[in-house]
Design a protein around this ligand. Sequence first.
Ligand SMILES: *[C@@H]1O[C@H](CO)[C@@H](O)[C@H](O)[C@H]1NC(C)=O
Length: 425
Amino acid sequence: MASLFRSHNIRKTALLSIGIFFLMILIFKVSSDTTPDLADLLNQAGSVVDPNEELRKNTNGNNNDNSGSSDGNSGASNHHLGGLSFTGNRKQNEELELAKKLNELTEKLLDDQEVRLKKLEKDRLQLEKQLNELRRPHQDATLRERLAYMFPYDQDRKFPAYIWQSWKYGLNDERFGPKYKKGEEQWAVKNPGFVHELFNDDTSNAIVHYVYMNIPEVVRAYELMPHVILKMDFFRYLMLFAKGGVYADVDTLPLQPIPNWIPENVEPSEIGMIIAIQSDPNSQDWREHYAKRLQFGNWVIQAKPGHPILREMIATVTEETLKKENDGTLVLPELNMEMNIMNWTGTGLWTEVIFKYFNDYVLSGIFSKVTWKDFTKLDVPKLVSDVLVLPITCFSPGLGEMGSQSEEHPLAFVKHYFEKLYRQP
Ligand SMILES: *[C@@H]1O[C@H](CO)[C@@H](O)[C@H](O)[C@H]1NC(C)=O
């Protein structure tokens, strides 16, 4: 639209100039017709009217060497004056001929300009298209690039006021136990103003298909998972990545409102994610129970949409699941089931991805190496990059081990029943 408007303006200006040009010819013509002596008058008064002539006359007196060229100049100017409008009909025809030629030339120039403008506009549209394609993930963009494009991360935004939960059964299903019902109720009661949604098998399946329809590998990986517990793990990362907010497992009971999680001396704009320590065992045999020396929990997570940790988690889980399909190992073995879940979708991989993020300078902005030692025996919240890491007490109070304090502790935010959800019918 803008360029169209501009070309209109150019055309208008050009037409106006042509108009003025013809008007001037008309005025000359009219004045030469009505005052036939004007040429004579001007010729007589020539030396007086033309100040250059006066100047030349004066300098001629002082410098005779220049007189020749000066005379030549003044002669040319006289001839020019006469040529334009002061001698006869033949001249007038020539003038009209000249005007016509000028007009044609202007028309041609305008046409050329129009063509050039059209070409410019075409180039501009082409450029705009290329820019859009740059912004859009190109055909062979990686999974991570497409995830980042679909759900960009903005640390400055607020934590969306959502609480997401999921369980095999819906709230109205009789198999939805009273203990979980109380937890579900309390998440809503303690957090007025939050949108609170509990998904069952069917609804979580539907929303994953809907939200990730443009990233088919993700949907495929979700569908391929051979156990509901894997899907529930995957579901939390997918929801938080796309929508942000809080995810809480169904075997949790909130003890304090969500806004209490952020310490007074930390600005919410500094945080992109809140997690808590799951396990920090001091015994040598930790490998029998855990994948990592210190693990972060995933039963309660708060995140802003598009967080890079979630992106990496989703990409890794997707790739590993598709690889298992390819390798024909798409099964969750009964033997060592807990550890297998931990490494596939659970807190083992979760912890690995978080440490990977901390140690990626480009993503986290942290120069020094970050290890489990930075979090062991943590008893106050710690902000590392944009991740607020809470002590074990926050989401696992009353354990009686690994430094977990009682449920009455001011930092006890959420009670976790540690039901082995994957064992439940
Ligand atoms: C789980 O992953 C850890 C490394 O993160 C590895 O040491 C362990 O053997 C894995 N266990 C299983 C059962 O895959």
